[in-house]
Design a protein around this ligand. Sequence first.
Ligand SMILES: [Zn+2]
Length: 531
Amino acid sequence: MSGNLLLINGRIKTMDPENPLVEAVAIRDGIVVAVGSNAEAKAATAPKHETIDLNGRTATPGLNDAHAHPRLVGMALDDLVISTPPVNTVAEIVAMVDEAAERRAPGSWIIGRGYDQARLSDQRHPTRADLDPVSPDHPVLLFRACHHIGVANSAALSLAGIDRHTPDPDGGQIDRDEDGEPTGVVRETALTLVQEAIADPTQDDLEGYIARGLRAFLASGVTSTVEAGIRRPEELRAYQALWRRGELPARSYLMMIIEETLDELIELGIQTGLGDPMLRIGPAKLFSDGSIGGRTARMRKPYEGQPENVGLWMQDPDVMTALVKKAHSAGFQVGIHAIGDAAIDLILDAYEAAQMSDPRPNPRHRIEHCSIVDLETIDRIARLGVVPIPGTSFLYHFRDAYVQNLGMERIRHVYGMRSYIDRGVIAAASTDAPVVPTSATIGLQTMMTRRDMDGNEVWTDESVSLDEALRAYTVNGAYASHEEHLKGTLRPGMRGDVTAFETDLDSVSADEIGQVRVDHTIIDGVIVYSR
Ligand SMILES: [Zn+2]
């Protein structure tokens, strides 16, 4: 579907350095045909078209969230939102589970997402002892905000086959009390054991989740998303079914989790880039480590107060290096979840080795999140042409956990957009939703202020300007998916994707950008969301 649209009287930030701020844009058959004055745009517009009078408001190229989980965002709409804050105590969480158990059929799962034990007034994880009294007939699984740690009640543990005799799985941990009984807290692959006990959604369910999830991104002004993890064939089929029916709400670049499927993909000849501008096969995805909040990100040095804990490898380093080489040589862009500095070192080694043994022009291998970096690492990222995908609103939500677990010095350049820009790295903004909400403006605000939701700072010399933050959310995202010739800037010939905000962003102070709402979201010249 493509439209004819005229945007006039705006403050339109094109992200085109030759023509950065214009009044009007004309889109014809979904493609930008004129960028300039009202008169120039009107002259180029199609005879039949819609008009948006921006009346001094800001518009930008459609925003690009370079790492998110639209399917899980849609799924999470059924789940309890137990984010800390506003849910500040274990007792409040238990009350919410109690209420859900009264409403839902016995045997159905109750899922909650977003608690953070570091911010709960109890200063601890909930346990099955908290949950069991209110949920004798429902399996319950509560995810910590990072989604690397969870809490299961007894019904869920028993469905997962976990009891006092179950050994910790490789790369995971089942927390136990003094008597050796599981407390319900499960980490990394132990959490996966519980998740695997939940029945897989059908393709029909998945189509609904994906469509709902992507519509949530549209409401945040996001026209392009990256689905950071296709694991099951039903997931890929659901995306294709929506695309085939013309019902895929936003552009989707699919990361393929290759642990089990790389050989099949290679045998079929599938490579990154297959598809069209709405739906495309993206990078080969792997996981190297965990999270900072869960103290499972792999670090060069131990976590604060835990001299033995340097985090976990989610994948054996030699296996990882071999998989990278294979995927690289088969024509995949590679995108690896790496948060700790040791994990990032390993991934850079693997990318460098792959490129040395089999040079490819501009593979743009990515590091998903790429959290703990120093200036040497940033220079190495620049030299290797690697694309970091920082979680650009993580500091807003998780600053306290970062400080507690790593101290201030090691987070000196965490998601350091200033250093990335100054050292020639193209870093693309992302939310990782549903880990944090889909809001792009919170990401812009956090890049600009380096402040969390309570106003606490993290090394503000890594702050960037509004226009720099917008570049990270537009043209850099297009670059990260090899699509900067199609989108990310507004100039003739580009796709007609536009985000129109409720006000002139330059008139808003940096610490209020996150409150600015999106008025219209436009894909291929069609208004796909209006407030
Ligand atoms: Zn993710």
